[in-house]
Design a protein around this ligand. Sequence first.
Ligand code: AMP
Ligand code: ZN
Ligand code: FE
Ligand code: FE
Length: 286
Amino acid sequence: MNEFCDLHTHTIASDGSDTPTELIKKAKEVGLKAVAITDHDTLDGLKEGYEASKKYEVELVPGVELSLLAPRGNMHLLGYYIDQNSKELNDVLKSVQDARAKRNPKIVEKLNRLGLKITMEELEEMAQGGQIGRPHIARMMVEKGYVKSVSEAFDKYLKKDGPAYAPKSILKPKEAIEAIHAARGVAVLAHPISLDPNPLNLLDEFVSEWVGYGLDGIECYYSEHTPDFTEYCISLCKRFGLIITGGSDYHGKAKPHIMLGKGKGNLQIPYSLVDGIKERWQKLYG
Ligand code: AMP
Ligand code: ZN
Ligand code: FE
Ligand code: FE
């Protein structure tokens, strides 16, 4: 029997629109054996995730997605099976959360100056106590009729170096990988396409450097990866002795075109990749 999983999802603890319980229930409905909750810069969704995982009999892979200072494009690092009580990791999360909290009012101010009236209070209400991210701002812009879609909000205003962009990342790749390892986690480069690796061999150079810091794997299967790019990532994993992972980056309403476990429709992530992460964990810490 073919069994599937999704190793990259967001809940209301960051910028997804499902509660952890709703997410796990959905995972059950679409027939996934395991799902990872990988909220941006927070572990807050994991406790409820574990409870729902028991209730709905879907395996939870505890995770986190750290925002990094990218050498190019955007860089995110996934951490799996992290120890939620790690002081080192929680200190790093706190510093990134502080940077995020300082960044958001700057984006709102830029939008206000451009004539788009959005307040921090409205965003806080939408985020329900979770980490506020650009997808919340984009959803608010759609709700208010300033743009037609979340994608348009990013393209016209919120994308890197767009007219309402403000940076927030402060973590360097080495520090981020070390923080995941300090929490006895497995460190995986998220969606390498976002590094904008053009020409492709730029990715080889980046990965080679990060392997030197202890990088464990690459998210090869991803909603926005072409089959060729996925194959390229898999070949890098083989060359550098890294594990392969995959995920949809499901966000619910914040990315309405991405489906849990299925991405844009044709994503299929074999459950065997979860075994790969567990084996890596055993090698590192077992
Ligand atoms: P932030 O952490 O607040 O900088 O926001 C990052 C989030 O914005 C990630 O979840 C991205 O997937 C999402 N994002 C970035 N670019 C786009 C885009 N063009 N369309 C939709 N979502 C995007
Ligand atoms: Zn997100
Ligand atoms: Fe990401
Ligand atoms: Fe993500």
